[in-house]
Design a protein around this ligand. Structure first.
Ligand code: NAD
Length: 251
């Protein structure tokens, strides 16, 4: 079950957190993994871990820059799976979000995903099909308070995924999104360290308890869902969003 043998997977942001867990698991299931990362060192670390049991390559690339993205995809050529995972966060309400911050969240989270879709879709069409997974967030479903730009960007990912699913269903390309609640990654640790330097443990505890299930999710739990959705076993699933949220949305 869930074998990715002979599949080529492109994963953005594979140097850290959820993207790293997805990269490690996809490679374990037999995929050749290509990691697109802004942080060259962390990507090289993931590749080194994978190369002890599988095959991986990394590319230093800013997903918000279309020319950089196109140059990477030209090297990869054949793609079965694309995971648009790279993303950045921002705190602020609409009237406290500066234009430069709004633009950078948009550029990375929205335009970055578009750039990879733009480059990957013709390759998937030529390949006879493929599976795309976009990382949204519960922010796209409920618009988290004080995360104006971030919620906007993840809402765009949610609807972008539906649009792609509709447009490419005839090409045997499936497209879904996942909407995690808080997952314990460097993204969360960095957020706490930056915004609450004096009471990090207390905030970590508070954030964990704010999840109905009483803890944050693990990157490996998100990777398991990603594996299913990108595998052939999920061949009947497209145009869907899957919350992975410890009960956040419904309970
Ligand atoms: P992370 O910060 O641990 O990892 C993100 C990776 O993306 C980093 O390695 C970073 O270098 C890379 N990246 C950032 N900007 C980039 C760019 N312009 N080009 C290429 N790479 C870039 O974050 P994470 O927690 O693993 O989050 C991964 C995804 O999951 C993000 O899209 C995030 O919005 C989403 N998400 C995370 C959580 C959470 O609680 N951790 C919840 C919901 C959604």
């Amino acid at each position: 079950m869930f074998s990715l043998k002979d599949k080529t997977a492109v994963i953005t942001g594979g140097g850290s957190g959820i993207g790293k867990a997805i990269s490690l698991l996809f490679a374990k299931q037999g995929a050749t993994v290509h990691i697109i990362e802004l942080n060259e060192e962390s990507a090289a670390q993931t590749v080194a871990e994978i190369n002890t049991y599988g095959t991986a390559f990394s590319y230093a690339c800013d997903v918000s820059q279309q020319q950089q993205v196109l140059a990477v995809f030209q090297k990869i050529k054949k793609i079965d799976i694309l995971v648009n995972n790279a993303g950045i966060a921002h705190i602020g309400k609409a009237h406290t979000t500066e234009e430069t911050d709004f633009d950078s969240v948009y550029q990375v989270n929205v335009k970055g995903a578009y750039n990879c879709l733009y480059a990957a879709l013709p390759l998937m069409q030529a390949n006879g099909g493929g599976a795309i997974l976009n990382t949204a967030s519960i922010a796209s479903l409920v618009g988290i308070s004080d995360r104006f730009a971030y919620s906007m960007s993840k809402g765009a990912i949610f609807s972008m995924s539906m649009s792609v699913a509709r447009d490419y269903i005839g090409d045997h390309i499936r497209c879904n999104s996942i909407s995690p609640a808080r997952i314990h990654t460097p993204f969360v640790d960095g957020f706490i360290a930056k915004n609450y330097p004096d009471n990090q443990e207390e905030i970590f505890d508070k954030l964990s308890k704010s999840q109905p299930i009483g803890r944050m999710g693990k990157p490996e739990e998100v990777a398991a869902l990603a594996l299913y959705l990108c595998s052939d076993e999920a061949g009947f699933i497209t145009g869907c969003d899957y919350p992975i949220d410890g009960g956040f949305i419904k309970l």
